[in-house]
Design a protein. Structure first.
Length: 84
């Protein structure tokens, strides 16, 4: 068993969307994250009561969204899942 090293001397990959660099990909994704957060904040700060009706699967960002509601009503088949 040996050590495998990949040396990439091609500096033409400066575009964050095509870069293999995890940090650059994360920074490039930041505008979408801020847009999603603004949508959740708008629901949370709505001046009228917000009711979320949940039936079936409520996964990931759906859980975040219903948590912003003032009242949550679930059917008996509602399933919640956050995978991280």
């Amino acid at each position: 068993s040996g050590l495998a090293v990949n040396v990439d001397d091609d500096d033409d990959d400066d575009d964050a969307t095509t870069s293999k660099d995890t940090a650059r990909k994360s920074i490039a994704f930041l505008p979408q994250i801020l847009q999603m957060q603004a949508a959740f904040t708008a629901v949370e700060q709505c001046p009228v009561p917000v009711v979320a009706a949940i039936h079936g699967a409520c996964v990931g960002a759906g859980v975040d969204l219903v948590c912003c509601a003032d009242v949550r009503v679930c059917s008996s088949d509602a399933i919640f899942s956050i995978r991280e």
